[in-house]
Every structure is written in C-alpha cells, then in structure tokens.
Ligand binder design. Structure first.
Ligand SMILES: [Zn+2]
Length: 53
C-alpha cells in the first residue's frame, strides 16, 4: 500500500523552526493542524511542534 503524499505533514519546532518530524495525518479524524510535544534536537528539549507546509 503506497502512502499518499497528500497525507504527509511536516512537524516543525515552534521555537527554532527546525523541521524535525514527518508524519501522516488522517484528515477525517484530525481536520485541524496538528500540534504535538516532541523532542527537538536543535533545542535539545521537548518543544511544541506544529504542522507546516
Ligand atoms: Zn527546536
């Protein structure tokens, strides 16, 4: 099963802007932009990551 590129989202650190994670989103379950606490290597700590395009 191929993963559609349209469903891929990039999560970027809100503190330094680094694009740290690529994930996919079920737009039916999550119609809004994703926000997750993730570890940022550049900040070396847990930061809020938001979906970016
Ligand atoms: Zn960061």
């Amino acid at each position: 099963m191929a993963i559609s590129k349209r469903d891929q989202v990039i999560l970027a650190c809100t503190e330094c802007g680094e694009h740290n994670y690529i994930t996919d989103r079920n737009k039916k379950l999550h119609p809004n932009k994703m926000e997750k606490m993730k570890f940022c290597r550049r900040c070396n700590k847990m930061t809020l990551h938001k979906e970016c395009k």
